[in-house]
Design a protein. Structure first.
Length: 117
């Protein structure tokens, strides 16, 4: 599913890299623990999180995350948005809770991440 469709489903707005709105997303994960992101097969996946730090952007780049949606209406500081833009990491924000956002994506056929054992 295109990232623009996901943004519509989750009532999300782009904060960085809107130019990548046609990127395909087939899987997603939700976590507020960066170690969980690193432990998953997250290449080109969507991450739903409440973490809004520079470290989150750096971790997503290491893990190969394709896009991030901040939940509960969170909007990070300008330096976080700027880094996401520089790194080519689409960053969005939705007012939905993590539970509701995950449920909507699951209903649309987005699969969850597989974690390494």
């Amino acid at each position: 599913m295109e990232l623009s469709q996901i943004a519509h489903i989750l009532e999300a707005r782009f904060l960085a890299c809107e130019r990548l709105k046609s990127e395909e997303i087939t899987k997603a994960g939700a976590s507020d623990l960066l170690s969980d992101v690193l432990a998953a097969d997250a290449e080109n996946a969507l991450l739903l999180t409440g973490i809004q730090t520079i470290q989150m952007v750096k971790t997503c780049n290491i893990a190969g995350i394709g896009a991030v949606i901040l939940i509960r209406g969170k909007v990070p500081d300008h330096d976080v948005i700027e880094l996401a833009e520089e790194e080519g990491l689409p960053l969005l924000s939705t007012g939905l809770s993590m539970f509701i956002a995950c449920g909507r994506l699951y209903q649309q056929g987005i699969q969850g991440l597989k974690h390494a054992r």
